[in-house]
Design a binder for this molecule. Sequence first.
Ligand SMILES: NC(=O)c1ccc[n+]([C@@H]2O[C@H](COP(=O)([O-])OP(=O)(O)OC[C@H]3O[C@@H](n4cnc5c(N)ncnc54)[C@H](O)[C@@H]3O)[C@@H](O)[C@H]2O)c1
Length: 355
Amino acid sequence: MGSKIYNLGIIGYGSMAGIHKKQLGKGNVRVKIKGVYDIDKARMELACEQGFKAYASAEELLSDTEIDIVLVSTTNETHKDYAIKALNAGKHVICEKPVTLSSAELEEIMRAAEKSGKVFTIDQNRRFNRDFINAKRLIESGVLGRTYIIESRVEGSRGVPRGWRTDKNRGGGMMLDWGVHLIDQIMHMTDEKVVNVFCKMYSINFPEVDDNFRLTLTFESGFTAHIEVSTNNYITRPRFYIYGTEGTAVITDWDGSGEYIKKLTDDSKWDSEILPVKMGPSKTMAPRNPDTVETVKLTEPKDVTDNLDPVYEQLINAIEGGELYIKPEQAMRVIKVMEAAFKSAESGETVKTVI
Ligand SMILES: NC(=O)c1ccc[n+]([C@@H]2O[C@H](COP(=O)([O-])OP(=O)(O)OC[C@H]3O[C@@H](n4cnc5c(N)ncnc54)[C@H](O)[C@@H]3O)[C@@H](O)[C@H]2O)c1
């Protein structure tokens, strides 16, 4: 392991940059903020107060030879230009999600990265969330048999934060905001390709952008992922719901807590009589004999570092010759799925694809 401390320059010193600053301030990773550039004077003054250099322009920041890495944490529509400028200036780049507004824009960045020989990565930090890691581990363990449906939801009732997130041209809307995380997580759970995309988008409180959506992705084997983001739901549902051939899991909360229920023995022997159950006469939906299943509680995975440290660690690892964990090619697949989702929402039809 190397010992070099990397100097970071931040372009766009808003609220997410504040989260990076707070985490880097803990000193867990070999990255130190040197200075920032933001178009907003108040943010530059804050950076000065915090002891960072405030650059007069992005160009000045990029021409500082002491800056090794640039964090692009501006609003979404500006990511592409800053990422390319930073790569052309010989900097490694970490770009906030969504990496770009289109796959064509990301292609441009990837070409610039290749030409410069510098590392380009994306802050898909939700790959390190405890809820997701518990779900991924559970699926990989095979304890539920073959997983055939995953439901992944994030839900709130306070609408979309105001400002640029309600502006279509600036990359607003929930698909680009939360959808990008949830799609990235699902695509990180399987090696299969997406073959069908169907999406319904809603503009409940903000006419210009999708402030709620329902997305269904079908993979090659028929495995499906249902991804839902709501900003107008007053009754929050579980974070993940997973259907396997041998059991069912629910992850109720962000810390990964929940449970799974797994079949122990077959309960497919039917009585000849229809059972008097609550929903009226039904055999199919009659309750199961509780002795034929096992219930296991899921708790917070204590070994998971649920913060931005692993995002920086994987970048440093790649700079020092290791393999990048959050790769631009992976972000490209996510962007292409989102493009298909927008196309489906617009046409009302399922988009057939191979992504
Ligand atoms: N990874 C995550 O979990 C996560 C969470 C929140 C936000 N984000 C992403 O971070 C980025 C910033 O979001 P935010 O919530 O901090 O927004 P924000 O509005 O709080 O901050 C954006 C900052 O960029 C500055 N800015 C805008 N245009 C600029 C330009 N052309 N040049 C220089 N500075 C400019 C603004 O003045 C502002 O200070 C977005 O891409 C967003 O999607 C990621």
